[in-house]
Design a protein. Structure first.
Length: 455
């Protein structure tokens, strides 16, 4: 990165996106729990952009709203007519005129470009190039702009529809995004005309214009998987698959064991510590961190949760937003936890719902315990003290406090606070009737026999 060079990133997000067949703008669809636009914004920010302009279409103002939510300092520029990539970039004219040293142009529908790639394009500008483009070897180059080189130098980019048959043989294609030296960016963009049939202003013409002015244009390359764009739902799924492949790999290289990596799905922001074991079929929604040596057993679903060191979740565990498991806490099978802090070493092993609660260290919550936190209007809190023991199949009607070290008898419905070290039971008292069952059986059998005889 060149922190000493100022950088403007222009993120083009004014596409039609009609092939998504969606009411939602294309760039607001998600990969790994983050919008395509969010991926692009985060990559340019990580590459050191200190100003970001997002070009949206006047028909899709919600794209601007999302951009400002993710990056309040972003400038929103509106492209009123869709007249090509250079026309779109020029919608950010004001930002361009501010005189940044580097200008990055990114596509909001290309979510997998790594920050390092943008950094490398900036590096080419620092090395004296006026234009740095990103190329890739396309398996099928149809539809892409071709990079035309002469004597090892980039001469021009020719769009597929304007290319000669010989140019169409070129497999080195334009990924789309590029970097322009700030001192030339505005004049180059303004010099781009629309000689093509549709009168579209092609950003790609920046190369030929720079070359005609005796300026340098260079090509950097990236794997095709990094520059794949999203135009329809199938490509959205392909981008998701690539993101997951990368994230799984990174998580494993950081010291976590994934028994069947291809069945584990991460969010863009999932944090996994060392010596964590993740069993098959686990899904992470946004906002999850898992500390060292924790185990996430099979078929668990986690979102907005912090899992402490050495803690254990599942199999079939569900952690919802606001869950914090302290170290060595245990949340077992068919247990749902929401907005609750579970203390160190506490155990909630089976078939339980704990919501809007705090559970003290080493407390034991029996199978089938339910915090009754909602009365149809508002949520109330349950506090369970350290070392408390809640017997199986108890309903804890919030608001409620169960003191440290207290016992709750199995099958209770607890509606008022339990003092520390006390015992509380709230259920019908057991009635025993010796011999009742035998008498009942004999009478019932006699009735049945009499009925049969009468038939
Ligand atoms: C572009 C490149 C092509 C490259 C390909 C890679 C140009 C002229 N062509 O073609 O060389 O191989 O990407 O995928 O740049 N956009 C706007 N306003 C517009 C037009 C486009 O905001 O008026 C935005 C789109 O939302 C999209 C990006 O610019 O994010 C690319 O536009 P698109 O029409 O998809 O360009 P391609 O024809 O794919
Ligand atoms: Ca495209």
């Amino acid at each position: 990165m060149q922190p000493e060079r100022s950088c403007l990133a222009i993120v083009l997000a004014a596409g039609e996106g009609t092939r998504m067949k969606s009411r939602r703008p294309k760039v607001l669809h998600q990969v790994a729990g983050r919008s395509l636009l969010g991926h692009a914004l985060s990559a340019v920010a990580e590459a050191g952009a200190d100003a970001v302009a997002v070009v949206i279409s006047s028909e899709r103002p919600e794209v601007g709203t999302e951009a400002l939510k993710l990056l309040p300092a972003a400038r929103i520029a509106t492209q009123h007519e869709r007249r090509g990539t250079a026309h779109a970039a020029l919608a950010a004219r004001e930002a361009l005129a501010a005189g940044h040293e580097d200008v990055l142009i990114a596509f909001a529908d290309t979510p997998l470009v790594q920050p390092e790639t943008f950094t490398a394009l900036r590096g080419a500008l620092a090395g004296g190039a006026a234009v740095a483009v990103l190329g890739f070897e396309a398996r099928d180059p149809t539809g892409y702009g071709r990079l035309v080189e002469q004597g090892g130098k980039l001469e021009a980019i020719v769009e597929h529809k304007d290319a000669t048959p010989e140019q169409r043989e070129i497999r080195l294609c334009n990924a789309g995004l590029m970097a322009l030296a700030g001192e030339h960016a505005l004049t180059i963009l303004e010099a781009i005309g629309c000689e093509n049939a549709q009168c579209e202003f092609y950003l790609t013409d920046a190369v030929a214009i720079a070359r005609a002015r005796g300026l340098d244009a260079v090509v950097l390359t990236a794997p095709e998987s990094e520059v794949q764009g999203v135009n329809d739902r199938a490509q959205l799924a392909a981008a998701e698959a690539e993101f997951q492949r990368r994230k799984r790999h990174a998580v494993m290289l950081e010291g976590a064991t994934l028994i069947a990596p291809e069945t584990v799905f991460f969010s863009h922001d999932t944090q996994i510590g060392r010596d964590v074991v993740i069993e098959p079929n686990v899904i992470f929604g946004p906002g999850v961190s898992v500390a060292d040596e924790a185990v996430i057993h099979a078929f668990s679903h986690l979102e907005g949760a912090k899992v402490g060191a050495g803690a254990s979740v599942g199999p079939y565990g569900r952690l919802r937003p606001g869950t914090v498991l302290a170290e060595k806490a245990k949340v077992g099978n068919f247990v749902e936890v929401k907005a609750a802090e579970i203390g160190p070493g506490a155990k909630i092993n089976h078939l339980t719902y704990i919501g809007d609660a705090s559970v003290g260290a080493a407390a034991n919550i029996g199978a089938g315990t339910i915090t009754c936190n909602y009365d149809g209007f508002s949520k109330s809190k349950t506090t369970i003290g350290e070392g408390a023991f809640v017997g199986s199949n108890s309903s804890l009607v919030a608001p409620l406090t169960i003191g440290a070290g207290a016992y709750v008898g199995s099958g209770s419905v607890i509606t008022s606070d339990v003092a520390p070290d006390a015992f509380a039971v709230g259920r019908g008292r057991q009635v025993d009737k010796p011999g009742w069952a035998k008498t009942f059986r004999e009478a019932a059998a006699a009735r049945k026999a009499a009925k049969k005889a009468a038939e």
